[in-house]
Design a protein around this ligand. Structure first.
Ligand code: NAX
Length: 327
């Protein structure tokens, strides 16, 4: 048996945490041959609830689960971490302005970035799920100068999977018959799910649907799906968000299949006119270690406008956290 991979989950007592931890411990994220040790980070009042989740993890007798540590101390939680899933975040409460939200999250993601910088393993991979995910990832990354910037990512895989499901339903095909789906920009309502590069049956999906459906049904359905889930379920997406986090890390460590890509928010190198340093969603491939932004795609005028609008929002969020001294 090899040494366990250390996986830290923040917000472990929350609803995504509850849907995520059992799948990690059962081997669905890192594979059936990789033992894991779980570090659960929570705020002090939620430690007891995290202990309850840990009791249930014990009760599953997962053969791959080699240990569980529960703490409210970020330094301890990230010591030696190989995979960090930053799920816990401060939600927007009534009357909270965007600046207040960014500031409250800065108070979480700045110290977590510092703790990752101080203690993480050399191969650490970070996925930020907690919203506003792209900008929280930027805050954490900017406080971890010793960690390669490319190790910090934010999750748009749920949006990607939502886009796959909507397009497959429209074409009446299986999701596995679609390749090259892309989410561009911010994980917010401004995101751009791109059907011009997505392929099915050897042709672009955009060429198989009418522009009105693409523009006025598909894009808003994907971009506003989170709100529709809240409306229907009375609670925000949890199992599907956990599933997307599992997919993101699994693809990162296993690599993308030949001839396909996925979507992830990664640090921009200036590709496609996205300002360098912003953490924006792109079409990406993984070689099992690093993400690379897919190069050379033609971007038509319609897509250009959509990408630019979402990237502008990311720029505004970066300016706001800069003014707050958070990056
Ligand atoms: P919950 O409110 O159920 O759980 C969040 C947990 O985080 C709580 O247990 C809380 O105590 C904990 N927490 C707060 N501050 C913390 C800190 N400083 N350190 C450690 N833990 C801390 O929310 P849940 O539904 O699990 O959602 C978690 C986050 O995911 C939210 O920010 C949510 O907006 C975001 N989402 C992101 C998605 C994405 O696609 N990127 C989709 C799903 C989800 O909406």
């Amino acid at each position: 048996p090899s040494t366990p991979v250390k996986v830290t989950v923040t917000g472990a007592a929350g609803q995504i945490g509850y849907a995520l931890l059992f799948r990690i411990a059962s081997g669905q994220m890192l594979g059936p041959d990789t033992p894991v040790e779980l570090n659960l980070l929570e705020i002090t009042p939620a430690l007891k609830a995290a202990e309850g989740t840990a009791m249930e993890l014990d009760d599953c007798a997962f053969p791959l689960l080699r240990g569980i540590n529960i703490t409210d101390d970020a330094t301890k939680a990230f010591d030696g971490v190989n995979v960090a899933l930053l799920v816990g975040a401060r939600p927007r409460s009534a009357g909270m302005e965007r600046g207040d939200l960014l500031e409250a999250n800065g108070g979480i993601f700045k110290p977590q970035g510092e703790a990752i910088n101080a203690g993480a393993a050399d191969d650490v991979k970070v996925l930020v799920v907690g919203n506003p995910a792209n900008t929280n990832a930027l805050i954490a990354q900017s406080h971890a100068p010793d960690v390669p910037a490319g190790r910090f990512t934010a999750m748009t895989r749920l949006d990607h999977n939502r886009a796959l499901a909507q397009a497959a339903a429209k074409l009446d095909i299986g999701v596995d018959e679609i390749s090259k789906m892309t989410i561009w920009g911010n994980h917010s309502a401004s995101q751009y799910p791109d059907l011009f590069h997505a392929m099915a049956d050897g042709k672009s999906i955009a060429s198989q649907v009418d522009q009105d459906w693409l523009e006025n049904t598909f894009i808003p359905t994907v971009a506003k799906r989170g709100a529709a889930i809240i409306e229907a379920r009375g609670a925000s997406s949890a199992a599907s968000a956990a599933n997307a986090a599992i997919d993101h890390v699994a693809t990162w460590v296993q690599g993308t299949p030949e001839g396909d890509w996925t979507s992830a928010a990664v640090v921009s190198d200036g590709s496609y006119g996205v300002p360098e340093g912003l953490i924006s969603s792109f079409p990406v491939t993984s070689d099992g270690t690093e993400w690379s932004i897919v190069q050379g795609l033609d971007i038509d005028e319609f897509s250009r406008g959509k990408i630019d609008a979402s990237v502008a929002e990311l720029g505004e969020e970066r300016d706001a956290v800069k003014q707050l001294g958070l990056v």
